[in-house]
Write a protein that binds this ligand. Structure first.
Ligand SMILES: [Fe+2]
Length: 290
């Protein structure tokens, strides 16, 4: 178990909070990317449109070379009243200076996603020696579990084979994670197609990480399945609940402020930085690469 909380970070890294996102004397990563999830535009309780705008501005001011949105772009997008928010989501995302992609969450009907966000729910982004595979795996509201179809398995395997030929490391990104995240977590995982998806994860050692959103529990993860794939739940830009997971298996950052994640890619590790919206980087988590 590896716990890294805000207090430890402040104690061991005094001064960094006030420093720019990339300190001048830090070792330079091969590249950096941004992960952002669960913007939930339209949800009552806060101005989530404004918060997404601020997030996009912050990503533009960061060294991120690309951005991936992991679903729940609009809140309850299945209701007609909320569907006007999809064009607004796109308008804000288009302000990103670098490339971005997205997947639908359980709040995003696939037809809305295809109409406004991307024609395909599956996608490939390549940067340096990395290949990012994004795919739709959330059953629609009111469901919370994940679904991977035989067609998606075939598509993913073909893209993974291409990655292997190019000696690329692969990062998967979807809304629902594979890990079972049993109690004290909520247990929202890929259920339909699980055995086939498990085989795919086990057989493809080029997969180094799988990022998802959906759990609204802050930054949380495990590396205990198959060949040590880092499965990571991202903090949400909309809201996170403190589920008191510090003693649960895996790692959990003691932070629940709305946030996005900046990932520095090094040859031997990924460094995840918890970036609260409107505040400096609050914590980081290092994930070793084999
Ligand atoms: Fe969500």
């Amino acid at each position: 178990m590896n716990i890294f909380n805000r207090r430890d970070f402040l104690a061991t890294s005094a001064g960094l909070l006030a420093a720019p996102l990339l300190a001048a004397d830090s070792p330079k990563p091969d590249f950096t990317f941004a992960l952002c999830t669960d913007t939930h535009l339209g949800k009552p309780g806060a101005d989530y449109v404004k918060r997404m705008r601020q997030t996009v501005a912050e990503i533009n001011a960061s060294p991120a070379e690309l951005t991936i949105f992991c679903g729940d772009l609009v809140d309850s997008g299945e209701t007609e009243a909320r569907q006007k928010l999809y064009p607004e989501w796109v308008d804000i995302a288009k302000e990103l200076k670098k490339e971005y992609t997205a997947v639908p969450g359980n709040h995003d009907p696939v037809e809305m996603f295809k109409k406004h966000i991307r024609k395909e729910t599956e996608g490939v982004l390549e940067f340096k020696d990395y290949r990012f595979l994004t795919f739709a795996d959330a059953e629609p509201n009111p469901g919370h579990l994940g679904v991977v179809t035989p067609e998606q398995i075939k598509w993913l395997q073909a893209r993974l084979d291409e990655a292997k030929k190019k000696s690329q490391r692969v990062v998967l990104a979807a809304h629902v994670i594979y890990h079972e995240n049993k109690h004290p977590d909520v247990g929202w995982y890929i259920k339909t197609g699980r055995a086939e998806f498990a085989k795919l994860l086990a057989a493809n050692k080029q997969i180094v990480a799988f990022f998802g959103g959906h759990l609204h529990c802050g930054l949380r993860g495990w590396s205990d399945t198959f060949h040590g794939i880092h499965e990571v739940i991202l903090p949400c830009v909309s809201y996170n609940r403190d589920r008191m997971l510090q003693n649960a298996p895996g790692f959990a950052i003691a932070e629940s402020r709305p946030a996005w994640v900046l990932v520095d890619v090094f040859p031997t590790e990924l460094v995840l930085k918890y970036k609260p919206v409107g505040a400096d980087i609050a914590a980081e988590k290092k994930l070793a690469l084999k």
